[in-house]
Ligand binder design. Sequence first.
Ligand SMILES: Cc1cc2nc3c(=O)[nH]c(=O)nc-3n(C[C@H](O)[C@H](O)[C@H](O)COP(=O)(O)OP(=O)(O)OC[C@H]3O[C@@H](n4cnc5c(N)ncnc54)[C@H](O)[C@@H]3O)c2cc1C
Length: 242
Amino acid sequence: MIYIQRSIFPKPPLLLCLPQQRLLVIILLRPSPLSTPSRTPLIPLANLINKIIILIEKLQKLKKMGMHSQDTAELIFEDCRVPRRNLLGEEGKGFRYLMENLQQERLVVCIGSVVIAEKMLDVTLEYARSREAFGQSISGFQHNSFKLVELATEIEIGRTFLESLIEDHIQGRDITRRVSMGKWWLAEMANRVAYHCLQIHGGYGYMEEYLICRLYRDVRPQTIVGGSTEIMKRILARMMKL
Ligand SMILES: Cc1cc2nc3c(=O)[nH]c(=O)nc-3n(C[C@H](O)[C@H](O)[C@H](O)COP(=O)(O)OP(=O)(O)OC[C@H]3O[C@@H](n4cnc5c(N)ncnc54)[C@H](O)[C@@H]3O)c2cc1C
């Protein structure tokens, strides 16, 4: 039997995107509160982390800024007991198992960032061409047209990089370095696109009636989930021996 006490977790809550009704959750944990954190968390922590399945009985749906179609719950473990038979794989190798899928998860975030950026640009181009002010389409104002060209260029360059990443991944090449670059840059790029696309919509961009309003909210966590921008830069700095 493994006992989990809330005090083991230095800063609850743990946020998870999952349907509220789903009761099966896979977590990583250190079995002992006395276990010391690793100084180099990217190296597997032998005998410190187990991968277990735990049944969560009660989840509370959180109110989020965006992504409302996706439930997010706060998981709190208090004096929780997990049968040893629920241990997945070999004890002590949980972090290694996690790392095996982490690059693919980051690639998925890269794909999401490019796709949402493309969608935001599409709806903005359509809006800018049709909206008239001072007797002309607002897309014809030099600032707006230059801005739209800049956004289109960034997205195009982003997609080219993304596609080379996908190809490398399919070929089984190690994408750790490049996917870390893509994860932070594409997520930040998509957020820049969101800012400028909403600005071009003017006041209507702030209204739920216009899709850009929802996309602006939904794109925000791309720089946080799956490893934040700062964590990606830490990984890359370490790889560059900085
Ligand atoms: C909508 C949503 C869905 C999520 N879904 C999932 C999920 O399905 N599965 C899952 O496992 N997690 C999920 N998460 C959690 C998400 O992965 C974490 O929020 C993310 O890893 C950041 O961790 P944190 O929130 O604890 O921030 P913190 O670690 O508290 O970081 C706060 C700030 O400090 C910065 N920071 C932290 N450490 C360092 C450092 N060493 N150097 C420099 N800067 C640093 C961060 O970049 C960030 O800007 C989800 C989060 C959200 C918002």
